[in-house]
Ligand binder design. Sequence first.
Ligand code: CA
Length: 232
Amino acid sequence: MSADTNRGLVLIVEDERAISDLLRLYLSREGFGVHVAEDGQSALVAARSMHPSAIVLDVGLPILDGTEVCRQLRAEGNWVPILFCTARDDEVDRVLGLELGADDYITKPFSPREVVARVKSVVRRASLIAPDEAPLVLGPVQVDLVTRRVTVDGDPVALTATEFDLLAHLMEHPGRVYTREHLLSEVWGYAAVVGTRTVDVHVAQVRGKLGDASPIRTVRGVGYSAEAPDAP
Ligand code: CA
């Protein structure tokens, strides 16, 4: 491996050689080390032995599929950031149904640049969290930054990676009001391609999942904040 692989190792799990070759090219150009596994079983072996900074994980794989690889790693307490690659809508549903909250996904066909941007984003997010960071709590909502799990009254709620980051960002400073532009640059990071309406869409999704427990308040004409529920 060359000396400029200083951004950490990315494990690509992909059974289509044309795709893994392309991703290897783009990721190594950005200074990532790259290892490719072509089935789920060798992906598990590589993930356990090589301690990658991130995994780009195809869902449809020989031997063991991508969701099962993720499930096993999480069961072992391995919280390496995982970017899923899905080929079909039913695969998206399976990934979202994992209730791991830790994952981002991208749908094929994707641009390799977009994959690189997402990998940088998940690695950056993971590196910001200290291993003993205390959970964020507002009323019944608890956000664990280390395991990236969200619970309401102790019951887990499955959020996508972006929904999680949005909620965590707001809850880190309760009462502080954030503009949509601020949230785009802080949460999305690679936001140039999306508009501020994206923030509204994701806020609506988080509210839909948290229901009445949602701490997110709309501040008319400004943006959003997270606040504890009113005292009785
Ligand atoms: Ca595949």
